[in-house]
Design a protein around this ligand. Structure first.
Ligand SMILES: [Zn+2]
Length: 315
């Protein structure tokens, strides 16, 4: 049975960072956002985190052979049809029970996870797909030990990040990542985070990580996650963590945030740019829309005190 750590949360909440650090632990293999593997990798042959085209990456080649007898044998159209039928946030209430389509769709993921665990020899594989609806689907998957990590970040930081333009290097600059208005991302923030709270109420193991706390003490946060995943971690295993940075090796993340290509030194700094860069009106809007859950997760509703502190610290 493959043990799967599923990283969930709204995009721009720090899931890629958490995935990269987890991927450095022994007995862990980070797979990237498996939800995008069907289109971006099998069909479009985009780049793996190791820099090679998906079809040329030895790791993924072996996974495809093990899981399906080769990636060419995967009916991507069928996977997409199943995804459209079951993996939508609005379908989450229906996912309280499994349908034949849910089981079939989950089966594709199970085969990837099991093959990836076998090929890598890792005790835990990490899927950072993020989508809450997918987590609700995977709870019905046979033969996987699903443990969800719910990554939460202050809604105003998330909203600010969604207003920025980011190019996708895997397409050689041809494509930009999606952008959302702050009002839109506030609504998405509520919906996605509520969906993970619901998943926990439905009996799935869900461990919540606050992005800000994770960066305040990555060493302690990783130890906690490793213990949740059931992986023994010693001091030597965390040697890649330095003072305010991590030293990353080459990974094989199949899809996701451009940070999956980073090799070498990665600064571990909290990105609080939103406290000054997100216009006051938008900050208030997002704060108001997300107030109940911001409070529930322990975020201060009025960031002015933070802002004042930052201004004091500035030269
Ligand atoms: Zn690779």
């Amino acid at each position: 049975m493959a043990r799967v750590l599923f990283l969930g949360g709204l995009g721009r909440s720090g899931t890629t960072l958490v995935e990269r650090l987890l991927g450095e632990l022994p007995a862990v293999r980070a797979l990237g956002e498996v939800v995008h593997l069907w289109q971006r990798d099998i069909r479009n042959d985009e780049r793996c985190g190791c820099g090679a085209r998906f079809s040329a990456c030895t790791f993924w080649k072996r996974v495809g052979e093990q899981a399906f007898g080769g990636w060419h044998r995967v009916d991507v159209q069928r996977v997409h049809a199943l995804r459209d039928a079951v993996e939508r946030t609005r379908h989450i209430p229906r996912l309280a029970r499994p349908s034949a389509e849910v089981l079939e769709y989950a089966g594709y993921y199970t085969r990837v996870y099991r093959a990836a665990a076998e090929v890598s020899g890792a005790g835990v594989v990490v899927d950072s797909s993020k989508h809450s609806a997918l987590a609700h689907v995977l709870r019905w998957a046979d033969d996987i030990d699903l443990r969800v990590v719910h990554v939460v970040r202050d809604a105003r930081g998330v909203a600010y990040s969604w207003t920025k333009t980011v190019t996708r290097p895997e397409t050689d600059g041809a494509d930009e990542m999606t952008r959302y208005s702050p009002g839109r991302s506030a609504l998405l923030w509520n919906a996605h985070n509520a969906a993970f709270d619901l998943l926990a109420r439905r009996g799935v193991p869900v461990h919540r990580v606050r992005y800000e706390q994770f960066l305040a003490d990555p060493r302690a946060a990783l130890r906690e996650l490793a213990s949740y995943a059931g992986i023994p971690v010693g001091d030597d295993d965390l040697g890649f963590l330095g003072d305010g940075h991590a030293d990353l090796r080459v990974g094989h993340s199949a899809a996701g945030n451009p940070m999956r290509f980073t090799v070498g030194r990665l600064p571990l700094r909290r990105d609080d740019a939103w406290t000054v860069a997100l216009p006051r009106g938008q900050r208030r809007l997002v704060g108001a829309v997300c107030a109940p859950m911001l409070r529930a997760y322990g975020y201060p509703l009025n960031p002015l005190s933070q802002e004042a502190r930052m201004n004091q610290e500035a030269p």
